[in-house]
Design a binder for this molecule. Structure first.
Ligand SMILES: Nc1nc2c(ncn2[C@@H]2O[C@H](COP(=O)(O)OP(=O)(O)OP(=O)(O)O)[C@@H](O)[C@H]2O)c(=O)[nH]1
Ligand SMILES: [Mg+2]
Length: 636
């Protein structure tokens, strides 16, 4: 069964609703006001099965110029359109506007129905047919069939159905893979069931039991039941008209324009980069920062037009622009939209979304424009590569890619596979899977090498930098989780070596210069001279005439080489006096079994300043173990 959405379009009173009724037997004008006034106000829905296993969901739109807003919402999911033109009136203003809207919103195919054929004679019908054919030149309906029909007598209906079957074979069904998206066009309550929303499923499949979310508000709810074309179903698929019963949300919380999507996947956006086709029929030029109304799917929102590469847009121009939206909405790459004004009411243009998460800059560089052109023209792999490369140093997860493109994860993975094997992108985190562009990866490697080199220049005494230290120096716009693969790559290229937790430059060793060697010898001598009560850092600085940072660096180096012992961050001993204290302590503990601080003071004659740190040092060295306020020898 092929599921397609067939819509009407055309001027008021040209017979759209009558045509749908003649085709399906369903009167789509349900409202009292519609019946009383004899015009359509809201979207109407019907369905039609035709030979060849074709099932059409039908959307009937209003023709009145004041209801173009509702009409646009109906065009959102249309696969095929029937442009309805009354034979006695011919092409009228909303015939034109509706055709433009269908074209801008990317309706691929359709046909023209010359209605009310019973009201004119053959000759007139021929003339109108020619006029219509001329009018269609250059539009997506230029070659479309033009079929005279009388909804009153039924003449021409069979020919229309045959033409619809032929057209249906030429269009592709909407994509069943990828996350589902259901823009809401109606909301109501059903006693005993609660909130029901209706809409055309634009992609994917939705099932009873699915955890879903209503955007942009982010209301979480659950699918309790589904009806497809009026019959109960377990699931709905792309291209079907659905009524979905939602649990966990009040009908007053939902409005037309909301979108039902899988929970937690998509993020509404307030700025999009788009390709904008500014209509030839637009009444005036469009200035930078003009505010218009954007219509897409079933919602509309105020949008400020940021012209990227020019100051004004002339009728007939096409340009890449950024749209800043008054409130967040869900837009994905490839989504069509139209832009309208309300005083006076007119459709000015439209186009497709290229990047729903662009950098928020006023004007953009030539490279950025280049990028938008490439996004527009490229293959799926190109698009994924561009998406990753525009994420710069922060990388992009697979989930991000799904939510930014609406593409199925499988298709993204296929694109990634070719990019990975070509070396154009790299996977930098396994769980969740995060990818970086090759250029960003190289930039980060260079940044880390610079950090390593700078550190060693500032700390000439050191052999290398601590792993954690270097990791913390990854640029903030990036992610410390990328450190592992970056270091591995640097090591593989022979640019860095890691030994345990220290990362070094190959072949470089922290060395003291002659002068510094002299200073070290003097530090050693001063410590030795201090004996059991060595000089403090401050005293050493004064005595040796050096800075505290430099001194500590030397002391730490001496400690690493076993030429001094570090008791505490600011207490260092020469090895000999420390060994003597240690001997005394061991002898005492062997004979007495334990020692407390007063005993230790008596034993060594040390002041409290040295005594406590020493006791703690021996604990740390695992010579002693603390039991209450006493120390005993550690066994083994
Ligand atoms: N003689 C004749 N009258 C028709 C035909 N189709 C529609 N009409 C009449 O034209 C009028 C308008 O028809 P609708 O079907 O309501 O027109 P519409 O295009 O749906 O109008 P809106 O939805 O308001 O834009 C009605 O009075 C219909 O009875 C037809 O084939 N022959
Ligand atoms: Mg109607």
């Amino acid at each position: 069964m092929k599921h397609l959405i067939l819509g009407t379009a055309g001027h008021i009173d040209h017979g759209k609703t009558s045509l749908v009724k003649a085709l399906t037997g369903i009167d789509t004008d349900r409202l009292k006001e519609e019946k009383a006034r004899g015009i359509t106000i809201e979207l109407g829905f019907a369905h039609l099965e035709l030979p060849g296993d074709i099932r059409f969901g039908i959307v009937d739109v209003p023709g009145h110029e004041r209801f173009v807003r509702a009409m646009v919402a109906g065009v959102g999911g249309m696969d095929l359109v029937m442009l309805v033109i009354a034979a006695d009136e011919g092409v009228m203003p909303q015939t034109r506007e509706h055709l433009e809207i269908c074209q801008l919103l990317g309706v691929k195919k359709g046909l023209v129905v010359l209605t009310k054929s019973d009201m004119v004679d053959e000759e007139w019908l021929g003339l109108v047919g020619e006029e219509v054919r001329d009018y269609l030149a250059g539009s997506f309906l230029a070659e479309a069939p033009i079929i005279p029909v009388s909804s009153r007598s039924g003449a021409g209906l069979d020919a229309l159905k045959e033409a619809l079957v032929r057209l249906a074979a030429e269009v592709e069904e909407k994509r069943h893979d990828g996350p589902f998206r259901l823009p809401v066009d109606r909301v109501f309550t059903v006693t005993g069931f609660g909130t029901v929303v209706t809409g055309t499923l634009l992609s994917g499949e939705i099932r009873v039991g699915d955890e879903v979310e209503l955007l942009p508000a982010g209301l979480a709810c659950r699918v309790r039941g589904i009806q497809a074309h009026g019959a109960k179903a377990d699931k709905g698929q792309a291209g079907q008209r659905l009524a979905v019963n939602l649990q966990g949300v009040e009908h007053t919380e939902v409005v037309r324009g909301d979108v039902v999507v899988p929970k937690g996947l998509y993020h509404p956006t307030r700025a999009v980069d788009v390709r904008l086709d500014y209509l030839k029929s637009a009444p005036r030029q469009l200035k930078h920062r003009s505010t218009l109304r954007l219509h897409s799917a079933t919602y509309e929102v105020a949008a400020k037009v940021i012209l990227i590469d020019r100051d004004t847009l002339l009728p007939g121009d096409t340009a890449h622009v950024q749209l800043r939206l008054a409130k967040p909405v869900l837009l994905l790459p490839g989504d069509p939209f139209v832009l309208r004004t309300y005083s006076p009411q007119a459709t000015l243009g439209g186009g497709i979304v290229l990047d729903p998460a662009p950098p928020r800059r006023r004007r953009r560089s030539a490279e950025a424009l280049e990028l938008l052109r490439a996004i527009e023209a490229g293959s799926e792999a190109d698009k994924i590569r561009l998406l990753i490369s525009t994420s710069l140093l922060s990388g992009l997860s697979l989930d991000d890619m799904v939510s930014r493109t609406g593409m199925a994860a499988k298709r993204i993975e296929a694109a990634l596979a070719s990019l990975l094997s070509a070396g154009e992108v790299l996977q930098v985190v396994r769980e969740p899977r995060i990818f970086l562009g090759k250029e960003a990866f190289d930039t980060l490697k260079t940044a880390l090498m610079a950090e390593l080199e700078n550190f060693l220049r500032d700390n000439p005494m050191k052999d290398g930098i601590g792993k954690e230290e270097l990791k913390s120096r990854i640029p903030r716009r990036s992610d410390p989780r990328f450190f592992g693969p970056l270091l591995a790559a640097l090591e593989k290229e022979g640019k860095a070596v890691s030994e345990r937790d220290i990362i070094k430059l190959p072949g470089r060793k922290g060395e003291a210069t002659v002068d510094q060697a002299g200073l070290q010898a003097r530090i050693e001598a001063a410590l030795l001279k201090g004996g059991m009560e060595p000089p403090t850092i401050r005293e050493l600085c004064d005595r040796l005439g050096c800075g505290e940072k430099q001194l500590l660096e030397h002391l730490n180096l001496l400690a690493r080489e076993g030429r001094a012992a570090k008791i505490k961050s600011d207490i260092f001993y020469a090895p000999q006096p420390l060994a003597a204290i240690r001997e005394k302590l061991i002898t005492h503990l062997k004979s007495r079994g334990e020692i407390n601080p007063p005993d230790f003071r008596e034993l060594t004659g040390l002041s409290r300043k040295f005594m406590i740190p020493l006791l703690e040092y021996f604990d740390q060295e695992k010579l002693t173990i603390r039991v209450g306020d006493k120390r005993v020898l550690r066994k083994g």
